[in-house]
Design a protein around this ligand. Structure first.
Ligand SMILES: NC(=O)c1ccc[n+]([C@@H]2O[C@H](COP(=O)([O-])OP(=O)(O)OC[C@H]3O[C@@H](n4cnc5c(N)ncnc54)[C@H](O)[C@@H]3O)[C@@H](O)[C@H]2O)c1
Length: 461
């Protein structure tokens, strides 16, 4: 049964000023689609532009391609009311006076920021730009790109326009809630630009934080994500050190923080996803030509990106010591999205990919299976995993089980039951051990190894 929508259309706002009542959002992905639906729900008319025709058609049909609580009902509602109009190109003429850019800014193989999509979209906006329009950049950018890339393209139109950088800081899987709760950072080209952007976002969120420049807003976005990446890296590094010493990092972190607020350390685990995996590189790219090269973000990436190999090597070494371990083992990977909580189906920069690749180099698998109900068959196949419909099916006669994300269904599955379904001798390797309160498996020959816990990895199996 659909849950009640806690973010209904505000009645009072529907009679607000007629200015800036038509918004065009370019890029209906994880950022653009929830934002577009939420702004439409707030009473504005939103023109959502999505270049991928199949994606645009699905959205127009009320079928979001992303997993976000409340989004399906919200989308259905605004589509029915014709407050959210989807197309593959900006309508011409375009009634919107605000253009919001939410296209992707991935990195390329050299770990430099790809700005081609931003440039393309700027040219598309330039074609329809009118005097008085406001352009809002919401994609995460290499520092200075608003001024060095976007403004010159728009300036060539000769139009008198406003521009602002207003970063998106939602977490995937909780976007609609956070859009209505998180403070919105705003950096405008002028007081008027910032005020217009503030007015727009105050339709959604109660707290607006206006900063003095576009660049201030740009760096805040990077600092937010990179700080998170660094925190996870600290935890993972300490996890590895504890493991090496035969200690349980979970116990160490819990005790260290028990009643002692000055130590703040997150739990160990794989760090992936489209943002944390790239934003440190955007920062490094931003300083490439300067003498100042940020060091801590770089080191944090090395640590977090090293986890899949560390786990794969640990499994391999342990398997080599197991008498009669299968030479054509079956691998079952539990969790393919880059995280399990909040739930998402997003496999972009999920560490499951590197985990599977490292293991494939070390073992001659007879089968590689994956279980993640949030992830599509196609995405599962792109990770070279056969999609299993149930945990039980994935575990049946598996020799190696890797817990690769913290999806509740996986975290709560009892280890004992898991080990009974597997083949013995077998290995369960858990990258997310903190989610498991159950005791270790009691089936003889099935071994539970947890990242960051040397206590259950020491000695001969
Ligand atoms: N995913 C997140 O949780 C998140 C959070 C904060 C910030 N960001 C940043 O927001 C930006 C968008 O991220 P995302 O995850 O939504 O990416 P995404 O790939 O899910 O969505 C971008 C969409 O833009 C479309 N697109 C590309 N060029 C277009 C064009 N010219 N016209 C219309 N549509 C076009 C793509 O087809 C795609 O559907 C990135 O810069 C990202 O770093 C993402």
């Amino acid at each position: 049964m659909p849950t009640a929508n806690p973010y209904p259309s505000p009645q009072s706002k529907s009679v607000a000023s007629q200015a800036d009542r038509h918004v065009c959002i370019l890029g209906l992905g994880y950022v653009g689609l929830p934002l577009g639906a939420a702004l439409a729900q707030s009473g504005l008319t939103v023109y959502g532009v999505e270049i991928m025709a199949s994606r645009a058609a699905d959205i127009a049909d009320g079928k979001p391609h992303i997993v976000e609580p409340h989004l399906p009902e919200m989308l259905k509602n605004v589509l029915e009311k014709k407050q959210f109009i989807v197309s593959t190109k900006i309508p011409a003429p375009c009634p919107a006076t605000i253009f919001i850019v939410t296209v992707g800014t991935p990195i390329n193989e050299d770990q430099r920021c790809r700005l081609d999509m931003i440039k393309d979209v700027m040219h598309e906006i330039a074609e329809v730009l009118k005097d008085g329009d406001l352009v809002i950049l919401r994609s995460t950018l290499k520092l200075g790109s608003t001024r060095s890339i976007c403004i010159p393209i728009l300036d060539r139109t000769g139009k008198d326009y406003d521009i602002a950088f207003c970063p998106e800081r939602i977490i995937e899987g909780n976007a609609i809630k956070e859009l209505h709760e998180l403070p919105q950072i705003i950096g405008g080209s002028s007081v008027r630009a910032a005020a217009r952007a503030a007015k727009l976002f105050s339709r959604l969120t109660p707290k607006i934080v206006t900063v003095s420049s576009i660049e201030t807003a740009e760096i805040i976005k990077l600092i937010d994500n990179i700080t998170r990446d660094i925190h996870f890296a600290i935890s993972n590094e300490f996890g590895m050190l504890c493991e090496h010493l035969g200690l349980n990092s979970h116990e160490v972190f819990e005790a260290a923080q028990d009643g002692y607020k000055r130590t703040k350390i997150p739990k160990v685990g794989l760090v992936g996803g489209p943002c944390l995996s790239k934003d440190s590189y955007l920062l490094q790219d931003s300083f490439e030509d300067l003498a100042l090269a940020p060091q801590i973000p770089k080191v944090a990436r090395v640590i977090n990106e090293g986890l899949p190999l560390h786990g794969a090597n640990t499994i391999h070494k342990f398997a080599q010591k197991l008498p009669s371990f299968s030479n054509r083992p079956v691998l079952a990977v539990l969790g393919a999205a880059f995280k399990g909580q909040p739930e998402t189906g997003d496999i972009r920069s999920s560490m499951t990919g590197p985990v599977v690749e490292h293991l494939r180099r070390l073992f001659n698998f007879s089968e590689t299976r994956g279980f993640d109900p949030m992830v599509t068959l196609q995405d599962m196949e792109s990770l070279r995993l056969n999609k299993m419909e149930s945990l039980e099916e994935a575990l049946q006669n598996a020799d190696i089980v890797v817990i690769a994300n913290n999806l509740t269904e996986i975290a709560q599955f009892p280890l004992d039951q898991m080990s009974r379904l597997m083949r013995a001798p077998g290995i369960i390797y858990d990258f997310w051990p903190q989610h498991r309160s159950a005791p270790e498996p009691t089936v003889p020959g099935v071994h539970y190894l947890a990242f960051g816990n040397g206590a259950n990895q020491s000695g001969t199996p």
